[in-house]
Design a protein around this ligand. Structure first.
Ligand code: ATP
Ligand code: MG
Length: 426
């Protein structure tokens, strides 16, 4: 263990959020130790603004809760306390013993329960990476470093604490975290930390889908999704995670579409704009839906029936593996099923479409389809114009019913291309 003072690491108590400072000082005034730990310490040392602050303490949940006006004990597997101060929620957890020796495990070595309290050295040992096992004490501005995390941080190396294969068996999600954090932080995964991943990737299949989903969502919304997904593929980790990613990326149209969707998402995250997980998942799975839709039509199903069935099939498969929540799938369905309606540019239908609540998202989706070459750019431009136009201009833009019914060469080509039908046929 090393105690490193502020002169050599540069982290000061003033860099903490007001809520984090407040929670730490309340704990220490009551005679407990309190450290900022994990991602926040790591990010501050790297000059990145932390997403949130986690605090580790020797106080037990029932000791912590009464110290704060708004605090809740949460968690079934492991009890911790959420302290709410202003807009912030601070996660306060009691030092825990490392699961490696004590915990109950399944036959693959996965830890099922590790709710045993411990001391700080034990707590450091059960953390995933050395750079995540740094404890900052605001009272002294010292960093406590048990596993050489400060040196690894300087070298930009992500290294697991302990024996890599054992730690991945205990919790396979750590493999996903390795990829996500290395992409987010621009760090290299240490060779020994990386080596077992290929062989152990299949263990992710045994992890509860909701946990995989949470971690995948963090990865996709990290601002570095393109890089992380590339690396997931290289390590063979996409298989148990996004089972259809292989198929999607094998399709020439699909690859361009997915690449564009990810690049656009990364850009939005980096510029601090909101992104919708539903939109992203809808994009990742769109070409699966398209393929199923096309097959249905070829089998003689009515286009809208075929689309419904294709959406059902894709969502059934994905929900089983990824635990995509109902709220997300409802939005994904809306975005998908609005796509054929963009082909209808006459009568009242365009007005109804622009008025629907999901229009913006569905239009953004259309724009992505146009950018990837799946539909004509002219269609996207028409909707952009229609959305922006006043009522007179809108009226002038409408395609006459007769023309809409006629099948132009371009439309026919597009239909064959994407498996879609024109307005008159839907
Ligand atoms: P970020 O918040 O930027 O995504 P983080 O490292 O803070 O990254 P969290 O999920 O917030 O990630 O976890 C907080 C801390 O808890 C980590 O820094 C690490 O010390 C510990 N931790 C999280 N997940 C695991 C895990 N699966 N195994 C061991 N320790 C973990
Ligand atoms: Mg965090």
């Amino acid at each position: 263990m090393k105690r490193v003072s502020v002169t050599s690491h540069g982290l000061t108590a003033g860099m903490l959020s007001p809520a984090a400072s407040k929670v730490c000082s309340a704990l220490s005034q009551s005679g407990f130790s309190a450290y900022v730990v994990g991602g926040a310490v790591r990010d501050l040392l790297l000059g990145i603004e932390p997403k949130d602050f986690d605090i580790a303490t020797n106080a037990r949940p029932e000791d912590i809760k009464p110290l704060f006006r708004r605090a809740h004990i949460i968690g079934r597997r492991f009890r911790l306390v959420h302290v709410i101060v202003g807009q912030e929620t601070i996660e306060v957890s009691t030092f825990r013993a490392s699961g490696t020796e004590t915990a109950e495990k399944d036959e693959s070595g996965r830890v099922l329960r590790d709710n045993v309290f411990g001391d700080q050295p034990e707590d450091a040992k059960r953390r995933d990476f050395t750079v995540n096992a740094l404890y900052f004490d605001p009272a002294t501005s010292q960093i406590v470093d048990y596993h050489g995390g400060l040196a690894d941080l300087r070298k930009r190396v992500l290294r697991i604490v302990g024996e890599p294969a054992v730690r991945y068996r205990e919790d396979p999600v750590r493999m996903l975290r390795a990829i996500r954090l290395s992409a987010k932080l621009g760090m290299t995964i240490a060779p020994a930390t990386k080596a077992p991943i290929k062989d152990l990737a299949h263990l992710l299949e045994g992890v509860p889908p909701a946990r995989v989903f949470d971690e995948m969502l963090k990865l996709l919304l990290s601002g570095h999704a393109s890089a992380a997904l590339r690396q997931l593929r290289e390590e063979g980790l996409h298989k148990g995670v996004l089972p259809l990613l292989d198929v999607i990326l094998d399709q020439p149209l699909g690859e361009r579409f997915v690449t564009l969707a990810l690049a656009q998402t990364d850009e939005r995250v980096i510029n601090g704009k909101p992104v919708s997980p539903a939109f992203l998942f809808a994009a990742l799975l769109w070409h699966e839906v398209l393929a199923g839709w096309k097959t249905g039509i070829e089998d003689g199903e009515r286009p809208l029936v075929a689309l419904e069935r294709a959406m059902d099939n894709v969502l059934d498969q994905q929900c089983e593996k990824l635990a995509i929540t109902r709220r997300l799938t409802a939005t994904m369905r809306e975005v998908w099923s609005m796509q054929p309606r963009f082909e209808m540019r006459s009568g009242q239908r365009p007005y109804r479409l622009v008025e629907s609540t999901r229009f913006r998202m569905a239009y953004d989706f259309l724009a992505l389809r146009a950018a990837s070459g799946e539909v004509a750019g002219e269609l996207e431009a028409w909707w952009r114009g229609f959305y922006a136009a006043g009522s007179d201009d809108r009226k002038a833009m409408l395609v006459p019913e007769s023309a809409a019914r006629g099948s132009t060469k371009r439309r026919r080509r597009r239909r064959v291309h994407s498996g879609e039908r024109t307005s008159s046929e839907v």
